[in-house]
Design a protein around this ligand. Structure first.
Ligand code: AP5
Length: 218
């Protein structure tokens, strides 16, 4: 299966992609994860990436396209990937289309996770992650056993720089300006299926599973 998860920040793309990739043996490609990892580099590239993310801005298309297309050249993943957070602009979408067409590997589906703004803000501003292993917590919904400490590795829990309220609002604005247009782009191509990102994690997973079943993808 070749799948794109499209939706605003905090829609739960990463959360669903993780579960789907494990259960359906797919490769999860998250541009956000790739950039967070690369931003740790102590050089100029690391600093530039940190800057874009801290400001809630998109990384330039040339950099993003190069990284994703390079990954998709790997024949082992060409028939079984989930793209999470890519494409995010029309330029990225057309680059991806060209690559898929040249390699004769058509997309199966684009799932748009429609999510309300208040849900996004609550989820992201309340999120805490472990600074060591990256495990995910939430100040109301996913509490660690010991305050501020990761249950898994004992690392300290921190807030992602881009989860501060001001940056979350900026990310939503950038999404509306630069990414939301892809909903119509993929609708016009006949790939789009819309689900509610407001739903609880397990319920949404079940709906996605049923959708893939109905479409003969699993
Ligand atoms: P990225 O990491 O992709 O950030 P994002 O999409 O803006 O936001 P999230 O990853 O937080 O959203 P998500 O929908 O994956 O939700 P998640 O499952 O994590 O990108 C970060 C930055 O990298 C960008 O700002 C940009 O600078 C750069 N970048 C990345 N891709 C790029 C591209 N293609 N082009 C240019 N720049 C790019 O869930 C969020 C929280 O909600 C979690 O705490 C989770 O536990 C919780 N949650 C999830 N689902 C549910 C649910 N159903 N119910 C309750 N809680 C839930």
């Amino acid at each position: 299966m070749r799948l794109i998860l499209l939706g605003p920040p905090g829609a739960g793309k990463g959360t669903q992609a993780k579960v789907l990739s494990q259960k359906l043996n797919l490769v999860h490609l998250s541009t956000g994860d790739i950039f967070r990892e690369s931003a740790k580099r102590p050089d100029e590239i690391g600093q530039r990436l940190t800057g874009y993310m801290q400001r809630g801005q998109l990384v330039p298309d040339e950099i993003v396209n190069q990284i994703v297309i390079e990954k998709l050249k790997d024949k082992r993943i060409q028939n079984r990937f989930i793209l999470d957070g890519y494409p995010r602009t029309k330029t990225q979408a057309t680059s991806l289309d060209e690559f898929l067409a040249i390699n004769k590997i058509p997309l199966d589906m684009v799932v748009y996770m429609q999510t309300s703004e208040q849900v996004i803000i609550d989820r992201l501003t309340g999120r805490r992650i472990c600074g060591k292993c990256g495990a995910n917590y939430h100040i109301k919904n996913i509490l660690p056993k010991k305050d501020g400490i990761c249950d898994i590795c004992g690392g300290r829990l921190i807030q992602r720089d881009d989860d501060k309220k001001e940056t979350v609002l900026k990310r939503i604005k950038v999404y509306n300006q630069q990414t939301a247009g892809l909903i119509d782009y993929y609708k016009n191509k006949g790939f789009l299926h819309t689900v509610s990102g407001d739903l609880e994690v397990d319920r949404l997973y079940k709906i996605l599973h049923e959708l893939f079943n109905e479409e003969g993808l699993i």
